[in-house]
Ligand binder design. Structure first.
Ligand SMILES: [Zn+2]
Length: 329
């Protein structure tokens, strides 16, 4: 294992690799980006690269330092997170962590503190941490991890070098599932497509359940015939109950309309996400309906964004499904 074996995030890795090679790591980083894309993995990789016995601004994954960091028991590397059963990182945890940072490191290398998720520090904890960020102890490396920087005090943010992470590309998630989790088959592409660029999300999805759901959803979408507003409203009501469920449906709907579009344009089945539903796709897709698929694809992604922003789910879904029905009339 080495830095260049990390999947995705090429630009972010370059920044860190160069800083390592020049011995010019910043005292504090803020890794910000969606859940499950690998921010924590990269923070731990950075800690390994700092401490690896093989040196060379990279890590081997096998030496005693790499192994201890991976096991969470290296004396110079700490991960600060809410204690079991707690939602917040307490001010006491932050104080303990600061005291430790001020001790000399065991290895003579940097002491690394990873705070994940950083937004689980309440205001008092963040203010306590601020003092350390303003005057970082010699040879300390603090990495704050956050899904978005909004939960952090501006004064905390401004003292960290921000590295932004984007969702992974679908092929990167698929590659990860194949290489690191030995998954195979058509299901991998589908999981990757449904994961919205998050490995965490891909691993949390239940493949069997998803396949079942997908058949229901495909039936639902297939039943949305031109002008049938009643069916659209009933579907919206059925989907609106659970936020998670609604988002999964909309992620799938995007893959569905994308498939119809690709098949309508190229007649090529190989590039489809819902490969095993080729028959339905072939039946529903037509070159004349390309505009409609483009509209539905855009509308699915806007609806998902609306639900992520906590707009009223039922209203978002009604607007979306009525729009699909209207497009078909
Ligand atoms: Zn090593």
């Amino acid at each position: 294992m080495a830095l260049d074996e990390i999947i995705g995030h090429g630009r972010q890795l370059d920044i860190l690799r160069q800083a390592l090679a020049r011995g010019r790591l910043h005292h504090a980083y803020l890794f910000v980006g969606p859940e499950g894309v690998g921010k924590r993995t990269l923070a731990i990789a950075l800690a390994k690269a700092v401490h690896c016995a093989a040196g060379a601004a990279d890590f081997c994954g096998r030496c005693v330092n790499c192994t201890r960091i991976a096991d969470g028991n290296h004396p110079d590397v700490r991960i600060i997170e809410p204690l079991a059963g707690k939602k917040e990182i307490s001010i006491q945890q932050v104080r303990d962590f600061e005291r430790e940072l001020n001790y000399r490191s065991f290895s003579g290398k940097r002491k690394v503190m990873i705070v994940d998720p950083a937004a689980s520090m309440n205001l008092a904890s963040q203010n306590a941490l601020l003092k350390t960020l303003e005057e970082p102890p010699q040879d300390s490396l603090i990495i704050l991890i956050a899904a978005n920087a909004g939960g952090l005090l501006p004064t905390v943010r401004s003292r960290c070098l921000r590295i932004a992470f984007a969702p992974l590309a679908r092929r990167e998630v698929a590659q990860y599932l194949r290489e690191k989790h030995s998954m195979s088959g058509d299901g991998v592409e589908f999981l990757a497509a449904m994961s919205m660029g998050s490995i965490g999300a891909a691993l949390a999805l239940d493949q069997d359940e998803l396949v079942k759901k997908r058949r229901i959803w495909a039936g639902m979408v297939g039943a949305l015939k031109g002008g049938d507003y009643q069916t659209a409203l009933a579907a919206a009501e059925a989907l609106a109950g659970k936020r998670d469920e609604a988002l999964k449906f909309l992620a799938w709907a995007q893959s569905w309309y994308r498939d119809l579009l690709i098949y309508g344009v190229s007649g090529d089945g190989d590039a489809l996400v819902n490969l095993d539903m080729l028959e339905q796709i072939a039946a529903q897709s037509a070159p004349a309906e390309i505009e409609l698929c483009i509209d539905a694809l855009g509308a699915s992604s806007r609806a998902a964004a609306g639900i992520q922003r906590n707009l009223n789910r039922r209203m978002v879904l009604e607007k979306y499904l009525l729009g699909v029905v209207k497009g078909q009339s």
